[in-house]
Design a protein around this ligand. Structure first.
Ligand code: DGL
Length: 273
């Protein structure tokens, strides 16, 4: 049976990646799930993020999805490996769950001339060291300076991305990152919520420093993956249909999602036990 591609995030952030995926691959059917009721994941333990993410992945499998994209760095950093290596072989060995860290690490070194890259993410992503490890595999000459920005996800989730107070916290983390390494010429937004703060981020960065969001990178990588795996591509339904689910209030989700997705969204509620 043909099935949609599942796209998951702790909340709204994954919609910034989903938007790029749909633009690059509009022919497929998709189901997006935001676990808004339990977001943010960024400060939660490995065990909790794994438990929540696996529960959502299993829900996608119950919907028939053969391929699930974890469009969340925190869940990719803290749960993906365990899901791929320990859970999948037992529950659904023929299905695939892919994340956002590896495809980003594979190309981020290409953006930097100074070979100094700054990585901004949640505490969970930064503490996992996933970006340090993965970037080092592909670009051993790149020096990575990481910084956790624990307030940025709540600011975005609670709709405060445009308020004046946000400027303070945007500038604070950027100053801290650049003070730690003055040679950084490329900053990766290693959290799918952060592109919503792009305008303010650019406002406080010295010229000559590029800010990279992951959406298009992940979309290109998925395109390439499906090209290289026709056995998976053949199992995906092609009707261009998008469905949205949230574990919290669907009318709130529909209202806020437009900002992240770029067009109106009609969400349904999912009750997870
Ligand atoms: N969008 C998620 C990420 O990319 C945010 C994590 C959170 O829920 O704190 O890491």
């Amino acid at each position: 049976m043909l099935s949609p591609i599942g796209v998951f995030d702790s909340g709204y952030g994954g919609l910034t990646v989903f938007k790029s995926i749909v633009a690059a691959l509009p022919q497929y059917d998709y189901i997006y799930l935001g676990d808004n009721a339990r977001a943010p994941y960024g400060n939660r333990s490995f065990e909790t993020v794994h438990e929540y993410t696996l529960q959502c992945v299993e829900w996608f499998f119950e919907q028939g999805c053969e391929l699930v994209i974890i469009a969340c760095n925190t869940a990719s950093a803290k749960a993906l490996r365990t899901i791929q290596q320990q859970d999948l072989p037992g529950i659904a060995p023929e299905k695939r769950v892919l994340g956002v860290i590896r495809p980003t690490a594979e190309v981020i070194g290409n953006y930097s001339k100074t070979r100094h890259v700054g990585v901004l993410g949640t505490r969970g992503t930064v503490n996992s060291q996933s970006y340090l490890i993965e970037i080092n595999k592909f670009f051993p000459d790149i020096k990575v300076e990481q910084l956790a920005c624990p307030l940025w996800v709540p600011i975005v989730e609670y709709g405060e991305y445009n308020s004046e107070g946000t400027d303070f916290f945007v500038k604070k983390y950027l100053d801290q990152l650049l003070a730690a390494d003055k040679d950084i010429d490329t900053i990766l937004l290693a959290c799918t919520h952060y592109p919503i703060l792009m305008e303010k981020i650019k406002k406080y960065l010295p010229t000559g420093i590029s800010v990279i969001a992951q959406g298009d990178i992940v979309a290109e990588s998925l395109k390439d993956y499906l090209h290289r795996h026709p056995e998976m591509e053949n199992r995906i339904s092609k009707g261009g249909k998008l469905s949205f689910y949230t574990t919290d209030d669907p009318s709130d989700f529909s209202e806020h999602a437009t900002l992240f997705f770029g067009r109106p969204v009609e969400a349904q509620h999912l009750h997870l036990q």
